[in-house]
Design a binder for this molecule. Structure first.
Ligand SMILES: *Cc1c(COP(=O)(O)O)cnc(C)c1O
Length: 364
């Protein structure tokens, strides 16, 4: 048995998402690029590559990872490229997407040899959380002024519009796409491709996948554009668990179980968005599951089990792929979870372990 803690990527579950992506691509004609900022665990790329068209990125390193480890079509986006990065970025990219007209003009000469796009901000989104809302007041994420965009329209072949956030509501998606069609028609009519970004939860249980596909095809036909989607969370949702073990149990007015992991170090996104980890909830025996860092609020959440817990018992934390492994850190020097893949025959294969040397090399 692989020692805990480790992230366990379940290939069968990952493939369920991949088959939905494939169905959507086939029916809609849209291309799907993995958003590496959500999930960049490249040992899983062999399982994903046949079902997706490539990757999109938010930095030079993600871009290079996509080019070298995923291959296929590689989109380069960054909120701001630096003078030192731009030539290298262009050497990896099939398309480069600038965040502003200012960046497009600054790097006009260097980028003239590849297809270029601009990020368009429709000034609405589906995010209820200010921190993650690209349409928040004074947002720096993309251009919205049609006249300003029309001024550089001859330099670009497409736009990227990322405005959805875990949107499970197809009717809302449909309405908002209609708004984009109405407000940005003069721009859209001039383009060859439009990326609608990520944040559509179309691999979720019960999502009307075929309705989405038909809507995307209609959009593509109306403007004569190749549609792209950039699924991050939707690509890997529910595919991965964080496997941990109980190290200590105490009763401080509540039954507490301390495990060999830390929410701050290994599932940071949950702490930022103040969400509980997805823990077992079957049975009579309730425990609060706590991390082993010294942060007082290092708590995964409340769980229930059919029998009392003992030291050494293992617990699976569900849905541990998206915005999780990409954010793990060395806080408190807690050893990082290893990474393993559960093959289709059920065997677990260890693909990466982290050691003191990795901790040492993360600083100097
Ligand atoms: C974050 C992001 C994505 C992926 O979003 P998900 O919600 O994980 O699907 C795609 N495109 C851009 C530009 C992003 O910033």
């Amino acid at each position: 048995m692989i020692p805990t803690p480790y992230y366990l990527i379940d290939k069968a579950r990952l493939l369920e998402n991949m088959r939905k992506i494939e169905r959507l691509r086939q029916r809609s004609g849209a291309k799907a690029l993995l958003a590496l900022k959500c999930f960049a665990t490249w040992s899983a790329f062999d399982t994903m590559r046949d079902y997706m068209d490539g990757t999109t990125s938010s930095s030079l390193f993600e871009l290079r990872l996509g080019r070298e480890k995923f291959g296929k079509e590689t989109h380069a986006y960054s909120v701001a490229w630096s003078d030192r990065e731009i030539d290298e970025a262009i050497s990896y990219a099939d398309k480069i997407i600038f965040n502003t007209v200012g960046q497009l003009e600054r790097f006009d000469t260097q980028s003239a040899g590849i297809q270029r796009g601009l990020r368009l901000n429709p000034r609405f989104s589906t995010s209820g959380f200010d921190l993650a809302d690209p349409a928040r007041p004074f947002s720096r994420l993309g251009e919205w002024d049609v006249a300003k965009i029309m001024g550089v329209i001859d330099k670009i072949t497409g736009v990227m519009i990322h405005y959805n956030c875990e949107n499970r509501d197809f009717a809302l998606f449909d309405q908002q796409l209609t708004r984009i069609e109405d407000e940005f028609a003069p721009v859209l009519e001039k383009l060859d491709w439009v990326s609608l970004g990520g944040g559509i939860h179309f691999t979720g249980e019960g999502y009307p996948l075929d309705d989405l596909a038909d809507r995307l095809r209609a959009f593509s036909e109306r403007f004569g554009v190749q549609v792209y989607l950039e699924p991050g969370e939707a690509s890997i949702t529910n595919s991965t668990t964080l496997e941990v073990s109980v190290l200590d149990i105490l009763d401080n007015g509540k039954q507490l179980a301390i495990v060999d992991s830390s929410i701050e170090a290994h599932m940071l996104d949950l702490l930022i968005y103040r969400e509980n980890a997805k823990l077992p909830q079957e049975g009579e025996h309730a425990y609060q599951i706590c991390g082993k860092s010294c942060l007082a609020g290092d708590i995964f959440g409340d769980a229930r089990f059919p029998a009392p817990l003992s030291v050494g018992d293992r617990i699976s934390v569900r849905d541990a792929a998206g915005y999780t492994m990409v954010k793990k850190n060395w806080f408190n020097g807690v050893n990082m979870p290893a990474i393993a893949i559960r093959e289709l025959d059920g065997t677990e294969r260890l693909v990466r372990e982290f050691t003191f040397e990795d901790y040492l090399s993360s600083l100097s």
